[in-house]
Design a protein around this ligand. Structure first.
Ligand code: ASP
Length: 293
């Protein structure tokens, strides 16, 4: 049984095939590839985009979706995660999409399920479909020529599952990554690092990926204030001026901390395109995992 827990679960050529298929799905027309199939979503952590994106993707492929409302499920009555999962599995869904605040939960559950498990984000660990849609957005923008393109990943990299999945994936496609963060948000990594976001970095980059400060994952307050952070790392027009580049953010954006209001409206900010691309990518992922398993 194949699952999608980290981006390493797909080979590079499979990802290129997914991108071809996702490109077709950008027409947003309904398909019936997953007619008669049912998909369960179970999100133990808040989500706006990922949850609705998976649901839209599943429905656009003709599948039925069972959205388990965790606040009303038996988890709040003391049922273990394993038992909740075993019960869901006993209803024979064709795929389960799970998000959890603890790293490793999707991996553990996958070993007990009889259907593909898709990781919708686990703790600080991994968010594979976000990285796939980010790469797809870059791939589309540069018409497949990702080799040697320079990207700055800016923000709370240490606590971001989006960053770790992107770091894993982007280098496979030849992107040249620089991590930009204050020391308390910088992970241990052999990649190029900068503790300042300066004009010189901007001059030399093709892509900026801005990330939200993961306040919910900080055990203690490790920085002075988000305002201080914003003074040094917010992507604003003074910083990027008219440099030819694209700007990505997985959302939710903390306006004027991660990205200024003005830049949010800029043509170079592809944030809503990422959302649109996300549905197409998740359609391709669900179709592959369910029909090829
Ligand atoms: N939505 C992304 C995630 O679930 C990014 C974020 O929350 O900052 O990881």
């Amino acid at each position: 049984m194949r699952h999608l827990i980290t981006t390493k679960d797909f080979h590079k050529n499979e990802i290129i095939e997914l991108f071809k298929e996702a490109k077709e799905f950008l027409d947003e027309k309904p398909r019936d590839f997953l007619k008669e199939k049912s998909i369960t979503t179970i999100f133990f952590e808040n989500s706006t985009r990922t949850h609705s994106s998976f649901e839209t993707a599943a429905k656009r492929l003709g599948a039925k979706v069972l959205r388990l409302d965790v606040s009303k499920s038996s988890s709040s009555k003391g049922e273990t995660l394993y038992d909740t999962a075993a019960n869901l599995d006993a209803m024979s869904p064709n795929a389960i999409i799970i998000r959890h605040a603890n790293s490793g939960v999707p991996q553990i559950l996958a070993s007990r399920m009889h259907c593909p498990v898709v990781n919708g984000g686990d703790g600080k660990h991994s968010h594979p479909t976000q990285a796939l849609l980010d790469l797809f957005t870059i791939y589309e923008h540069f018409q497949g020529n990702t080799e040697g393109k320079k990207i700055l990943i800016v923000g709370d990299i240490k606590n971001s599952r989006v960053a770790s999945s992107n770091i894993e994936l982007l280098s496979q496609f030849g992107l040249d990554i620089t991590l930009v963060a204050p020391p308390h948000f910088m992970p241990n990594s052999s990649l190029r690092k900068s503790y300042h976001l300066n004009k010189e970095l901007i001059e030399n980059t093709d892509i900026i990926m801005s990330l939200r400060t993961q306040v919910e994952r900080h055990e203690k307050m490790i920085y002075a204030s988000l305002k201080d952070y914003a003074n040094d790392f917010c992507i604003n027009s003074k910083l990027i001026q008219d440099k030819k580049l694209i700007l990505l953010h997985p959302g939710p954006v903390n306006r004027n901390i991660d990205i200024s209001d003005e830049v949010m409206k800029d043509q170079r900010a592809l944030i809503l395109k990422q959302v649109k691309n996300g549905v197409a990518i998740r359609m391709a992922v669900l179709k592959k995992l369910i029909l090829e398993n």
